[in-house]
Write a protein that binds this ligand. Structure first.
Ligand code: UT7
Length: 322
């Protein structure tokens, strides 16, 4: 059976930076509170005319350049997003058009903050079965469009951005395993309580945004991520000390530190971008991966553990020989 290897990474953050001080002018909050409770100092916000697909395209092109491949050799496109450009077609189809690719399957995955791990898992399965050879997997979000900017308990957390990888079939080790889970019974703890066919009028008014029982989500995230770390190591017969880099979902520095502690990893081996990106949902893991690949921290041959937890609840991990 073939393996799937990451042959290129890319990332894109919109130009506009919103600092905690900027937020102090919008809601009753302080830089001190946000930094102490989350680690976040700033986040990027898409320009009015920028869509999720615009962000996705930038990240995708960078990943394709890094891979050094012809765009038309991509034979599948997966976009993980909670904030698609349109109800339909999928953002993946819109991205396919931008990239000038015709005919290959293109579809979105909706698993909120775990979306990229879901996308990676699907892509890996297609490559392992021989159905695909080169898959573009993108996590892209304009979370600023679904944030309730009057709710200080959530609006300080999120940001916009996109990250991407190109996966290729290889006889060398690459993605060693992926693990994805969901439990819909917790859907009300973190959600936008309206949509196309539910509370449609409120949805159309545009007044409904992200709602979260932060404390409950926090506890569930810490416990669940601890469990998925164990599951991933166990399945691969590895020890905690075999992991070179933890590339976690960037929701809250305190959650990241709890997972690192569980892995007995010093924070120097953990990639964190939450301070400057905020929580970019499906984009957060590929953005963090891209940062650490490009600044030279992550080297070929190293073992990476990617993990995420988010609305649904959904959660997942990927163990990668980079
Ligand atoms: O990506 C998907 C997964 N998402 C997550 O994993 C997020 C999980 N949750 C969290 O990260 C944290 O729960 C938060 C950062 C959202 C909140 O931190 P917390 O330590 O759990 O705070 P809290 O919700 O218990 O609130 C503590 C206090 C409250 O005041 P009282 O009731 O103690 O008087 C809040 O009203 O902090 C208040 N508060 C704020 N104060 C200043 C809440 N938001 C703010 C704010 N600025 N922005």
């Amino acid at each position: 059976m073939m393996n799937s290897r990451i042959i290129g990474t890319g990332g894109y953050l919109p130009e506009r930076v919103m600092s905690n001080q900027d937020l102090e002018k919008i809601v009753e909050t302080t830089d001190e509170w946000i930094v102490e409770r989350t680690g976040i100092k700033q986040r990027h916000i898409a320009a009015e005319e920028q869509s999720t697909c615009d962000l996705a395209e930038q990240a995708a092109r960078q990943a394709i350049d890094a891979a050094g491949i012809a765009i038309d050799s991509i034979d599948m496109i997966i976009v993980a997003t909670t904030t698609p450009d349109r109800v339909f077609p999928s953002t993946a189809c819109l991205l396919q058009r931008r990239l000038g690719i015709h005919g290959c399957p293109a579809f979105d995955v909706q698993a909120v903050c775990t979306g990229f791990i879901y996308g990676l898992s699907v892509a890996d399965k297609f490559i392992k079965t021989g159905a695909s050879k080169r898959v573009l997997v993108v996590g892209a979000e304009t979370m600023s469009r679904i944030v309730d900017w009057s709710d200080r308990t959530t609006c300080v957390l999120f940001g916009d951005g996109a990250g991407a990888v190109v996966l290729e079939a290889s006889d060398q080790p690459g993605i060693l395993s992926t693990h994805i889970h969901a439990d819909g019974q917790y859907s009300e703890l973190l959600h936008v309580p309206a949509g196309v066919s539910f509370h449609h009028a409120e949805f159309k008014s545009g007044k409904i945004g992200i709602q979260m029982q932060g404390n409950e989500v926090f506890k569930m995230a810490v416990n669940t991520l601890g469990r998925i770390v164990d599951e991933t190591l166990q399945e691969n017969g590895l020890d905690k000390s075999d992991i070179d880099w933890l590339v976690p979902h960037q929701a809250n520095e305190r959650i990241i530190k709890a997972t690192a502690k569980k892995l007995r990893m010093p924070m120097e081996r953990v990639v964190t971008t939450v301070q400057t990106h905020g929580n970019t949902s499906a984009a957060s893991v590929p953005l963090a991966l891209n940062v650490a690949v490009r600044d030279g921290r992550i080297q070929r041959g190293e073992t990476l553990l990617l993990e995420a937890f988010g609305g649904g609840f959904t959660w997942g991990s990927a163990l990668i020989k980079y």
